[in-house]
Structures are given as structure tokens and as C-alpha cells.
Design a protein around this ligand. Structure first.
Ligand code: 0WD
Ligand code: CA
Length: 378
């Protein structure tokens, strides 16, 4: 007599044929206590040089070097050097997870967490997690995340949406200059060596990047992710990364209470999500006037950003952000069941709707490079 148990095993509800699995994003569904988030610890780092070439070291790390606070404030001309001393990265090149995968390949034998840790982890860029954190409050830009399971590990890699691509290709000149100004601010605030001073006479080359690789965990989801770090503060109270790192931002000078309120509701949410994930304790903002000069600086401690919206009905809530992210990661883990480097589940989201899923095989969506899959299969 055949046992009944095989007949009674039901497909998980989101695998029923003909029913599209959906994940809602309304903030009201994700309030509740703040979930567990492991203090991020740095596993290593890498650098990308002027030609966007990978180096497994910290050569691109710069040193926080704010102007002396002797009475007058700063006077940084963010338009200086544009466009003649600007070498912008070629945004048409989609790097996907490649640099992070190279780091992982070279360090997979030395990962902490015990044998099998990587097989249970999610590997992605910090910037992708930032987008997940802010999703319940985002009203403008959708996203697409490609997911592949390989040797147990779930890899998440962003796909440029058609709308984002159209915007990039038709970006008006003033926006190109704004992008430059953010990088120029970094140049005014960072030195190449500890103890030396910034040199704003050089070129701004956005191929150059220093990336930290971290381990964390959200709820029961072990995470391995990498994020670009602007600089290290040689005078930080604790020299241990990531707590010695500083994030630099520029924003428009504000003059009315309404402008500040809007800044707290929208910009500070993105700044908080990005720096909280990586464990960067401080964001230093340079406020630029209409002429493109930064005349004031303000430090926002990451852990105090929520205070600005705590009593605002239209503010954001860190618990909602983290609970939604955890729910998405569970949704992705349950959806991507098959272990296959050529298979991609594409998660898509547009403001106002739920997260939807579609399945794809091979090009153009498959994103784990052959060199990675082959080396990991050895
Ligand atoms: O494949 C993709 N679609 C992406 C790849 C999207 C986002 C990032 N990346 C890669 C790039 O290789 C980059 O080096 O990730 C790296 C940056 O990683 P991240 O820290 O995860 O990204 P994010 O937190 O969004 O941005 C951090 C900084 C930005 O600074 P600001 O202050 O503007 O947040 O990284 C830069 C930018 O300076 N940045 C990028 N650099 C290269 N390519 C990109 C990008 N697509 N996006 C942001
Ligand atoms: Ca920055």
C-alpha cells in the first residue's frame, strides 16, 4: 500500500500554476517591531582604478579632510573643472555583480561563518538593498531585480528599467552637471593620504571607487554585500571599519521650514537607508546655493536621522523599511527554488503596485558570468 503523504504535499501557494505571485508594498503592512539586523562587519574591500580596473586592495580609499573651522565657512565651487576636468564612467557598461563576484571568488575559502555559510546567504550590492528599504515610501521610480540561485546562494542583481534607461539616455545637461557636482564635493572634502589636504585642481574621474565588502543578517537572512565608501575618517572615535567611514552628500540650500520638512521626508530617508545598511555612522552634507557653491556643512548621525520625522504623519519609519526588505528577501527565497545559474527570476516593481515576478533563461537576463560559474564548479 502506497503511503498517502506524497499525495498530500501541496505546492506552496505562490507556486500554483496560473496564479501570479505578488508582494504588496503598502507601508501599513510592515509596521511592527524593528527586525533583527546584525551589526555589519567588514570582510574585505576592493578598489576600481581610473580605467575601472579591479584591485583587491584599498588603493582608492580616501581620507576625510574637512576644511578648518576657523570662523568663515567653506566656499566650494562645485562647477569648477566642468566639463574639462571630468572623466565620467561609461554608464552604458552594465557591470552587474561582476566586481563583487571577483572578490568573492578570491575569498570564498576564507569566509567566516563556518562551512556552508555562503550557501545560505544572499549576495548583492548595498545599493540594491537601499532600493528595497525605501520601496514602501517611493512614489517615483520603480525597479527590477534579477535573482539567481547557485550552489544554494541567492544572488540579486539590479536590471535597469526601460524608464531609467530612457532617462539616462536623454539626461539634460543641467543634470549631468549636478552629477559632477556631487563628485566634486568629494574632491574638496577628501585627501589621498591621511594627514594631507584635498587637491581640487585635479581631475574628477568617476571610474575610481573604493568598495567595502560586508557581512550582516536581516532576520534569518544572512547577507554578503558590497557598497561604495566615500572616505575614512582618520580621527574617528573607533578606527574599525565600517564605523570609521564617512558618507558625503550634497543638497540644495534650504531656507523655509517647508523645504527642511521635505528634505527630512525624502532625502534623509535615502541617506539613512544607504548608510544604515553598511553601518556608516555619519553623513556629511554640503549645502549648495543656486550658484553651485557649498557654503555650509552639516553632519547627520545616521542613528539620529529618524528623529526628524518621528512625529511627522507623512514621515518614514525605519521598521517599515527593514520589515519590507525582510519580507522581500523571504519572498525571493521562496520563489527562486531551482538552483541553476542560467535561470533568472525577475522581480519588478512600479510605485502604487505590488512586486511581480517573471521567469527567464540565459541572455539577456542571466547575470552570473561564465568565469564565475566555472571557477565555482571546480
Ligand atoms: O549594476 C548596477 N545596476 C549597479 C551597480 C547599480 C548601482 C551600483 N552598482 C555598482 C557599481 O559597480 C558601483 O561601483 O555598485 C557600486 C556602488 O555600489 P553601492 O554602494 O551598492 O551603490 P549605491 O549605494 O547606490 O551608491 C553609492 C555610490 C554613489 O554615491 P551617492 O552619494 O550618489 O549615493 O556609488 C556611486 C555613487 O557615487 N554609484 C555608482 N557607481 C557606479 N555605477 C552607481 C553605478 N551604477 N550607482 C551609484
Ligand atoms: Ca556619496
Amino acid at each position: 500500500k502506497r503511503g498517502p503523504e506524497k499525495l498530500e504535499v501541496a505546492e506552496p501557494p505562490n507556486r500554483l500554476p496560473g496564479l501570479a505571485p505578488l508582494l504588496p508594498t503598502d507601508p501599513a503592512l510592515y509596521s511592527g517591531p524593528f527586525p533583527f539586523y546584525r551589526r555589519p562587519s567588514e570582510l574585505g574591500c576592493f578598489s576600481l582604478d581610473e580605467q575601472r580596473q579591479y584591485h583587491g586592495d584599498a588603493r582608492a580609499l580616501r581620507y576625510y579632510s574637512p576644511p578648518p573651522t576657523n570662523g568663515q565657512g567653506p566656499n566650494f565651487d562645485l562647477g569648477d573643472g566642468y566639463p574639462d576636468r571630468y572623466q565620467p564612467r561609461d554608464e552604458a557598461i552594465q557591470e552587474r555583480l561582476d566586481h563583487l563576484l571577483r572578490w568573492l571568488l578570491e575569498h570564498r575559502g576564507q569566509l567566516e561563518g563556518g562551512p556552508g555559510w555562503l550557501a545560505g546567504a544572499i549576495v548583492t550590492w548595498r545599493g540594491h538593498l537601499t532600493k528595497l528599504l525605501t520601496t514602501p515610501y517611493e512614489r517615483q521610480e520603480g525597479w527590477q531585480l534579477a535573482a539567481t540561485r547557485f550552489q544554494g546562494t541567492l544572488y540579486l542583481s539590479e536590471v535597469e528599467t526601460p524608464a531609467a534607461r530612457a532617462q539616462r539616455l536623454s539626461r539634460p545637461p543641467f543634470l549631468r552637471e549636478f552629477m559632477y557636482m556631487g563628485y566634486k564635493f568629494e574632491q574638496y572634502m577628501c585627501a589621498d593620504k591621511p594627514g594631507s589636504s584635498p587637491d581640487p585642481s585635479g581631475e574628477v574621474n568617476t571610474n575610481v571607487a573604493f568598495c567595502s565588502v560586508l557581512r550582516s543578517r536581516l532576520g534569518n537572512h544572512p547577507l554578503l554585500f558590497s557598497g561604495e565608501v566615500d572616505c575614512i575618517d582618520p580621527k574617528a572615535p573607533s578606527p574599525q571599519p565600517p564605523t570609521c567611514y564617512v558618507e558625503l552628500k550634497t543638497s540644495k540650500e534650504m531656507h523655509s521650514a517647508g523645504q527642511w520638512r521635505s528634505f527630512y521626508r525624502h532625502k534623509l530617508l535615502k541617506w539613512w537607508a544607504q548608510s544604515f545598511l553598511l553601518g556608516v555612522p555619519n553623513v556629511v552634507a554640503g549645502f549648495r546655493n543656486p550658484e553651485g557653491f557649498v557654503c555650509s556643512l552639516k553632519t547627520f548621525p545616521t542613528m539620529r536621522m529618524f528623529e526628524y520625522v518621528r512625529n511627522d504623519h507623512d514621515g518614514w519609519n525605519p521598521s517599515v523599511c527593514m520589515n519590507f526588505c525582510a519580507a522581500f528577501l523571504s519572498f525571493a527565497q521562496n520563489t527562486v527554488v531551482q538552483d541553476d545559474p542560467r535561470l533568472v527570476h525577475l522581480f519588478s516593481w512600479e510605485p502604487g503596485g505590488p512586486v511581480t515576478v517573471s521567469e527567464h533563461r540565459d541572455a539577456p537576463h542571466a547575470f552570473l558570468p561564465m568565469w564565475y560559474v566555472e571557477a565555482m564548479t571546480q
